[in-house]
Design a protein around this ligand. Sequence first.
Ligand SMILES: Nc1ncnc2c1ncn2[C@@H]1O[C@H](COP(=O)(O)OP(=O)(O)OP(=O)(O)O)[C@@H](O)[C@H]1O
Length: 251
Amino acid sequence: MSLLTVTNLKKSYTSVAVNNLSFELEKGECLGLVGESGCGKSTLARCLLRIETIDSGSIYFKDAAIERHNERQMYPYRKDIQIVFQNPSAALNPKLKIKDSLIDPYEQYKKVLKLSHFSHTSKDAYVKQLLEAVELPMDLANRYPHELSGGQKQRVTIARAISIEPELIVLDEPTASLDVISQGAVLTLLTNLRKTLNLSYLFISHDLAAVKQMSQRMMVMQNGEIVDQFNSDQLFDVERHPYTKELISIF
Ligand SMILES: Nc1ncnc2c1ncn2[C@@H]1O[C@H](COP(=O)(O)OP(=O)(O)OP(=O)(O)O)[C@@H](O)[C@H]1O
C-alpha cells in the first residue's frame, strides 16, 4: 500500500487552482513535482498538510482518509507530514534561539512521539543530535535566526522537520532562496537524510535539474492538472508530454 494516495483532488479559489489530481507516493521515495509559477504546486502542498480545505477528492495517508479529519483527528497525522518552505526566515520565529526552535516540534507532539533515530535524554543532547544531523556546528544553538546565513537557516528548518521523525516531508522549493553552492549542499543533505531516516519526500520545484537529481519519479503540473508522470530516468524519452518537452527546452 502506498504511503500517500491522492485521488481526484480539487481546490478552487476564485478560479480552479488544483483540478482532478491523482497520484501515489511510496514509502521511502522522493517524488518530484515540477511546473511553472502559479500552476498549483503550493496549493497542493497546503491541501496535503490540511492547511487548506479541499473542494472534492480524497487524501489517503497511511491507514486513513484524512481529507475530512477535524483538528483532533488530524493530531496524530500532523506529526507525520512535515513541510519545509522556500523562505527559512519566515519559517523561524525571530524571537526564539535556534535551540528553542529546534525543541518546539518535540514539545508539541511528545504525547504521540516514538523516536527511533533521535533520543531525547536531555534538551541539550537532543539539540546536539539535530544540529549534527544537518551538519551545523553546536555553537549555533544559542544564536537567533538573524545571526545565521540563509543556508544555515534552511538547515535549521530541515532539522525541525526531521526532529519528530515524520513519514513524509513536503519540500516546497526548499532551495529557491539560496545561492547555487548552498542549493547543491542542501539537496545532498536532503538525499542523505531521506536514506538515513527512511523518509519520503514530495519535492516541489520549478528547477527541473534539481528534481531529476533528487527524485525517483516525477510529475509535471500545468494549469492545476498533472499532465505527465514518469520515472526520472525517462525524462528525456520521446513519449513525454509536449509540456514536459517545453520545460526541458526552456531549461
Ligand atoms: N489564498 C489564495 N487565494 C486566492 N487565490 C489563490 C490563493 N492561493 C493560490 N491562489 C491561486 O491559485 C493558483 C495556484 O497558486 P499556487 O501558489 O498553488 O501556484 P504555484 O505553482 O505554487 O506557484 P509558485 O511556483 O509561484 O509558488 C494561482 O492562480 C494563485 O493565484
